[in-house]
Ligand binder design. Structure first.
Ligand code: PLP
Length: 393
């Protein structure tokens, strides 16, 4: 039995592994507080569910759609992008996929030849690295000299003549960092100058809090926008992770290449989910604002509790997404563990609190805590972590 060579270096998703481990412990009766998942705990808003039900009952969800998605959904996504950023796409530039995850997978497969590089600012979402590898590319991790935001000096230090793309994820998973317009403009101009495609993963763009503002790559100079592939979807903004609808908005040539891949790989995403997404983009946006406000309240409660834990360093309050990413080596050492990974395992086994080790995001001194769960769980989890860390004293 043979497994393809290209899988030799690819790791399974650490976040999914942690979620599964805590689900198993929970099923066995343990009192688990799961802060490892990257999904909103809210139910999908009712009008969106109703649209899917109506599509199923009318029979129109029974059939294949175009591989790249329903034309009316692609038009609605183009209109949504235009309203938010001013940038105009034709509907043939929108490729609807099985989650943003598959949009990225199809994109890397479409643009990378063997040995091509992709700049990946760290910390960064766990799947970029492995998807680049699966597509035959070379992940080029970029560490900021300071903090979590890379600058063009950091990019210059890592880029090679085989660098084909850079992934910018703002707001960022796992740190909640949001790049300013000025920072994005510098990176955007750098990418244009070096003929490096910008992959702008804006899946958390609706989740920015406390008066901070979000800038899309598409709002900048038109040359930057024309050199960008936007990645987005309904998972985080509309509490629709289970529906599996994401999209890429891309220059025509890239959209066509992705369409070819998708036509052979998945065909269209589930038609009922597409009708649900159509309602999400064209219906009232009030549920998005309400969920954003709830996340902001959780952040404002949870952040000071975690920041106050001895040996947890979290100077910068996150501006967006729904994660905290403290450095925890102080606590790990004080408790006598040899790594953050063993600390996270002990925390889960002894207190029932599930986190994700920072190694999964390229920074092994950190942990990621998701606050996409209810306030009581967050307060209780902060208490259990605090007690666990204080147990060394
Ligand atoms: C940064 C980032 N991009 C993309 C995704 C993929 O989202 P989905 O496939 O649910 O649309 C996630 C999900 O966790 C994410 O955190």
């Amino acid at each position: 039995m043979h497994i393809a060579k290209r899988l030799a270096q690819v790791q399974p998703s650490a976040t999914l592994a942690m979620s599964q481990k805590s689900a198993q412990l929970k099923a066995a009766g343990a009192d688990i507080l799961n802060l490892s998942v990257g999904q909103p705990d809210f139910a999908t808003p009712k009008p969106i569910c109703d649209a899917a039900i109506a599509a199923i009952q009318s029979g129109k969800a029974s059939y294949y759609t175009a591989a790249t998605g329903l034309p009316e959904l692609r038009s609605a996504i183009a209109a949504h992008i235009k309203a938010n950023t001013g940038f105009e796409y034709g509907k043939d530039q929108i490729v609807v996929t099985n989650g943003a995850k598959f949009a990225l997978y199809a994109l890397f497969t479409a643009i990378l030849s063997e040995g091509d590089g992709v700049l990946l600012p760290q910390p960064g979402w766990v799947s970029y690295t492995e998807q680049v590898r699966l597509a035959g590319g070379i992940p080029q991790p970029v560490y900021a000299k300071d903090g979590f935001k890379v600058t063009i000096d950091d990019l210059d230090a890592v880029a090679t003549d085989r660098t084909r793309a850079i992934v910018i994820n703002s707001p960022q998973n796992p740190s909640g960092t949001v790049y300013s317009r000025q920072e994005l403009t510098l990176i955007g101009n750098w990418a244009v100058r070096h003929d490096v495609l910008i992959v702008s993963d804006e899946i958390y763009s609706d989740l920015v809090y406390n008066g901070n503002s979000f800038t899309s790559m598409l709002e900048l100079d038109p040359q930057i926008a024309a050199n960008t592939v936007l990645i987005d979807g309904v998972s985080k903004s509309y509490a629709m992770t289970g529906w599996r609808i994401g999209f890429a908005a891309a220059p025509k040539k890239i959209a066509q290449a992705m369409a070819t891949i998708i036509s052979h790989a998945t065909g269209n995403p589930a038609a009922a989910s597409q009708y649900a997404a159509l309602e999400a983009y064209t219906g009232s946006q009030q549920p998005v604002f309400d969920m954003r406000d709830a996340f902001a309240e959780r952040l404002n409660t949870f952040y000071p509790l975690i920041k106050a834990i001895p040996g947890f360093e979290l100077d910068q309050k996150p501006e967006g997404a729904f994660y905290l990413f403290p450095k925890v080596t102080g606590a790990v050492k004080a408790l006598g563990y040899d790594s953050v990974d063993t600390f996270v395992t002990a925390l889960l086994e002894e207190t029932g609190v599930a986190l994700v080790p920072g190694r999964a995001f390229g920074m092994p001194d950190h942990v990621r805590l998701s606050y996409a769960t209810d306030m009581d769980t967050l307060i209780e989890a902060a208490k259990r972590i605090t007690d666990f860390v204080n147990s060394s004293n």
